[in-house]
Design a protein around this ligand. Structure first.
Ligand code: 13P
Length: 255
């Protein structure tokens, strides 16, 4: 069997519906600190601001180690879809990735797995990396359905064309998002092992190289422990990505 080296970790920040133009100063601070190889040399770093800031952030980050992503895209490339944004538009604005299937979109906009999958395919079509989110609710965990829910979402949300280059999976337990609660290290290890097994079963070596991020109340104080769990290849960070100092504290888990 060929030995495959561990994928390069990714620490991605999801600003959600936060940030006016003034918050771009935080991205600038981050960009400047990432110029020091001792700070961000061991992982990739991305911010996903609201769509209104993607263009300006991408312009400011050009030529730096900071990558920029969108938070959602429509499945189609263009057309009569008022208020929606195509993957091609994000790419045109300078994004290199897009989050799809975040639990807030699944809950607020009724996005089922088939929609998420179509959005991931749209990302590939536009030349973007798709960050595909999965995760169980508190009730699903209590009912012992976590692994079934997560592997079911993966099966339905990931396109057949997923590779380690075009796709990142983010495991975000819904009950851990914005609550300050996190699963135990053993629980994270169990879910990430199940995700890895499902990816390898479906994609072979490509599945071995795909990054699987953990998301949900990641902070500077718990990042090192969570990031050291086997099959955790980085983090998807909400609240703690809004301030450069906090986000740098999480990136520091890979220093
Ligand atoms: P928090 O880090 O604020 O819990 O959010 C996690 C998340 O949903 C990132 O996509």
């Amino acid at each position: 069997m060929t030995k495959i080296s561990a994928p390069r970790p990714l620490v991605a920040g999801n600003w959600k519906m936060n940030g006016l133009a003034s918050l771009l100063a935080e991205a600038d601070k981050l960009k400047q600190r990432l110029a020091d190889p001792a700070v961000g040399g061991k992982c990739e770093v991305m911010l996903c601001p609201p769509a209104t800031l993607v263009g300006a952030m991408a312009k400011a980050a050009a030529g730096s180690a900071l990558m920029v992503g969108g938070q959602d895209c429509h499945a189609k490339a263009s057309g009569a879809h008022t208020g929606d944004i195509a993957a091609e538009m994000l790419r045109d604005a300078g994004a290199s990735a897009v989050i799809v299937g975040h639990s807030e979109r699944r809950a607020d906009h009724g996005e089922i797995d088939a929609i998420v999958r179509a959005k991931a395919e749209a990302a590939y079509r536009a030349g973007l990396m798709a960050i595909v989110c999965v995760g169980e609710t508190a009730d699903e965990r209590k009912a012992g359905k976590t692994l079934a829910v997560v592997t079911g979402q993966l099966a339905g949300s990931l396109p057949d064309a997923a590779t380690d280059a075009n796709t990142v999976v983010a495991y975000e337990p819904v009950w851990a998002i914005g609550t300050g609660l996190t699963p135990t290290v053993a629980d994270v290890a169990e879910v990430h092992a199940a995700v890895r097994a499902a990816l390898v079963k479906r994609y072979g070596d490509r599945g071995q190289g795909m990054r699987v991020l953990y998301g949900g109340s990641v902070k500077p104080s718990n990042a090192r422990e969570l990031m050291s769990v086997e099959n955790v290849n980085g983090a998807l960070v909400g609240g703690a990505s809004l301030k450069a100092e906090d986000f740098l504290g999480i990136i520091g888990a890979y220093a």
